[in-house]
Write a protein that binds this ligand. Structure first.
Ligand SMILES: Cc1ncc(COP(=O)(O)O)c(C=O)c1O
Length: 371
């Protein structure tokens, strides 16, 4: 990497200042030998439940597992339908497929990139069981209309909060509005483990007990299995590190907001379309995604200048080969398809310096002038 390059993400900058605390967490796990489930996981569950302002948090081994168990816990099964968005990471749809149900897509709204709530009711059929909005890039979906629709039609509302730790919607935290919230602690997330991890948050005692059992082979007592279960347990090591990192999440999210605000002022006079924070939302800027009609040449020019960028996500779920059996085609979800074509994620993390942001902004200005 060149000296003046800007990495898309640099986790070392996050780990180094808290390395002593992380090593101490390692040591405590090693000393106690609570490697799988156990007290470190229980402690983090209590802390994260409090952070999300819910009664229960059940930790699992990935965000994908959290979504899978959420589908089972709200009774989604073969032949059922779940309404979600095609503009997301593929795992949102996987969870629906894992239980034999069908993902039914509605497009996203053009400003927030989250579910277009005005299209949801048209997509409901007698087979619909749940609605699964995604709090994309760190901004929550428009939850009030979705909550009302779910109440009217007796559907479960599940939040894919994998990218939205600490995000808020009119003062309510991600993971606290739907029947369940599903989080990922993949290392690159706003709250990331040192490996894989995930969690389900809920205020529903019955749901919490069910997913708690399901993640551990559905055991009611040792070696008695009430239904087909899973080994989706979280490691003690992951939980111990997550407890350390959770203490910094508020500061990290505030720093992300500052970085985003700086990008806003640096990039207003460019030909880019900038992301927006919607009314009543507290955006935690997991990703800072701009749009440009000539995204690919722009990305190449930035790469040549040593500025890394990302694509989230270049192929919408409805056009993935894995979902060809649903027989969707280009044109079905135009807002999603436009975003997939034009989107470009710029480096954004709490430790990104102003100087690096100036380099990114200058790189963009130079490149777009030539396009
Ligand atoms: C929106 C969304 N849903 C689900 C997931 C799946 O989480 P994991 O990678 O922890 O399985 C991710 C993570 O990448 C995600 O971004």
């Amino acid at each position: 990497m060149k000296n003046n390059s800007v990495p898309f993400l640099d986790l070392k900058r996050q780990c180094l200042p808290i390395e002593a605390e992380i090593r101490d967490a390692f040591q405590r796990v090693l000393d106690s030998c609570h490697f799988a489930s156990g007290p470190f996981v229980e402690a983090f569950e209590a802390e994260f439940a409090q952070y999300c302002r819910v009664r229960h948090c059940v930790c699992v081994n990935s965000g994908t597992s959290a979504l899978h168990l959420a589908m089972i816990a709200c009774g989604v099964g073969p032949g059922d339908e779940v309404i979600t968005v095609p503009f997301t990471f593929i795992a949102t749809a996987w969870a629906i497929s894992y239980v034999g149900a069908k993902p039914v897509f509605v497009d996203i709204e053009p400003n927030a990139y989250t579910m277009e709530t005005s299209q949801v009711e048209k997509a409901i059929t007698s087979r619909t069981r749940a609605i699964l909005p995604v709090h994309l890039y760190g901004q929550m979906a428009d939850m009030n209309p979705l909550k009302q629709i779910c109440q009217r039609h007796n559907l479960a509302l599940i939040e894919d909060a994998a990218q939205a730790h600490g995000a808020e919607y009119f003062g309510q935290r991600a993971g606290s509005i739907g029947r369940m919230g599903c989080f990922s602690f993949y290392p690159t997330k706003n709250l990331g483990a040192i490996g894989e991890g995930g969690a389900i948050t809920t205020n529903d005692d019955v749901v919490a007990a069910r997913v708690r059992a399901l993640r551990d082979h559905a055991q009611s007592t040792k070696y008695r299995h009430e239904e087909v279960g899973f080994n989706y347990r979280m490691d003690g090591l992951q939980a111990a590190v997550l407890s350390v990192k959770l203490k910094y999440l508020k500061a990290w999210n505030s720093a992300r907001r500052e970085v985003a605000a700086r990008y806003h002022s640096m990039l207003t006079d460019t030909t880019l379309t900038l992301p927006k924070e919607m009314d009543g939302r507290y955006h935690v800027w997991h990703l800072y995604v701009v749009r440009h009609p000539q995204r690919d040449p722009l990305r190449q020019a930035l790469a040549a200048a040593g500025i890394e960028s990302g694509l989230h996500y270049p192929i919408p779920v409805h056009l993935q080969p894995a979902y060809s059996h649903l027989r969707h085609h280009t044109g079905n979800f135009p807002v999603t398809e436009g975003a997939a074509r034009d989107c470009l994620s710029l480096p954004l993390y709490p430790e990104l310096t102003e100087e690096e942001q100036i380099r990114v902004a200058d790189g963009i200005k130079m490149a777009t002038r030539k396009l």
